[in-house]
Write a protein that binds this ligand. Structure first.
Ligand code: UDP
Length: 346
């Protein structure tokens, strides 16, 4: 398959690129490095099936035209995703969710490709329904500090559905819950990176508010597995277009999460309480009933195991850090459907 991936230099984009190349697919990555990293592109530049276009997808996606270049899939993953990053780039975040999504949809339409939108658990806002099923409409502040991201993704979902209904485009929408792993930016500002790096430096762990707010943390390889299964599911004729939650239902308060970090990196680490940011969701946990039924998917990497892998990668010598494994893996079809539920983490 030939895949165009926006946001290829981002944390999730780089892992998705790796798995697609392992599957023998051709990947054209697009990124403007607003929050992605050059080194995530450099990891793959020598691979014969990888090419890269530096561009802001909000302004257009400059792909070469011609029959030989037709894509089978357009995967739209470009966007700042950590609260500090999207709050520093509020207009760009709104634009990539709005114009960027429409440009990606138009590209898919013109090429006869299928389309996938990386949406987010943020569409549920500070949820009043717990855990969150896809049928929940959410509780979102339309103009607060998080609105540039939340409302951009809600609009992105709306226009994706509009293209599906109006043009019959083959679309998929995933809602990604908190995800972590190697290749996250050290200055990403999210709780996993902040606390892991603070602990490795022997500094106090910053907990916002009283730490009673909850999150559910998914290791990145579980997310990527879910994405690949959803791309592969077209032949089943199920309700493919509806959003699919991809996250780990194992729920932790932020204070419990800090305790896990202390257990792994030093019981003596202090905790420093800081003010709770505006509109910080108080609880978040995915209901993954739909992903289980549609994809035979559930997360397989428990939190401590995923953190050990991430910390091991950070502690590896510089030349060995964040390196992809590009050995080809059997394709999803060859592996066979229905037998791929990993050992349960929840
Ligand atoms: N948080 C924290 N300490 C930090 C960074 C974040 O306590 O150093 C909290 C934050 O207030 C939120 C949760 O951890 O309640 C998850 O925040 P993150 O930025 O990782 O992602 P979010 O799920 O809010 O988008």
């Amino acid at each position: 398959m030939k895949v165009l991936l926006t946001g290829s230099a981002g944390f999730v984009g780089s892992h998705l690129t790796e798995r697609l190349l392992q599957g023998g697919h051709r990947v054209t990555g697009v990124d403007n490095y607003i929050s992605g990293q050059h080194r995530n592109t450099e990891l793959f530049l020598d691979h014969p099936n990888f090419s890269f276009i530096e561009a802001d997808v909000s302004r257009g996606i400059p792909v070469p035209t011609g029959k030989a270049d037709k894509f089978d899939w357009v995967l739209h993953f470009a966007s700042p995703a950590s609260p500090p990053h999207y709050q520093q780039n509020q207009i760009e975040t709104l634009m990539v969710g709005a114009q960027g999504t429409q440009n990606a949809l138009e590209l898919a339409r013109s090429q006869g490709a299928s389309f996938m939108l990386a949406s987010t658990s943020e569409v549920y806002g500070d949820p009043h329904v717990h855990p969150q099923p896809e049928s929940y409409w959410g509780h979102v502040n339309p103009n607060g500090l998080r609105s540039c991201y939340d409302e951009a993704k809600r609009y992105a979902e709306a226009i994706t559905f509009a293209y599906q209904r109006t043009h019959g485009l083959d679309t998929r929408v995933i809602r990604i819950f908190n995800t972590y792993g190697p290749r996250m930016r050290a200055d990403d500002g999210r709780v996993v990176t902040n606390l892991v790096h603070q602990a490795l430096r022997g500094e106090a762990l910053t907990v916002y508010g009283d730490g009673s707010q909850t999150r559910s943390f998914q290791y990145v390889s579980d997310l990527v597995e879910g994405v690949l299964r959803l791309m592969d599911v077209s032949s089943l004729g199920s309700d493919l277009h509806g959003p699919v939650n991809l996250g780990n239902p194992d729920e932790y308060s932020i204070l419990e999460f800090a305790t896990v970090i202390r257990e792994l990196l030093g019981e003596g680490l202090k905790i420093e309480f800081r003010p709770l940011p505006q509109d910080d969701p108080m609880q978040r946990r995915p209901d993954i009933t739909r992903a289980r039924a549609l994809l035979g998917w559930q997360p397989g990497v428990p939190l401590r195991e995923g953190l050990r892998r991430m910390i091991g990668d950070l502690q590896a010598p510089p030349g060995l850090r964040e390196q992809p494994s590009l050995r080809e893996q059997p394709s999803l079809q060859e592996k066979g459907r229905g037998t791929r539920i990993a050992a349960g983490a929840d």
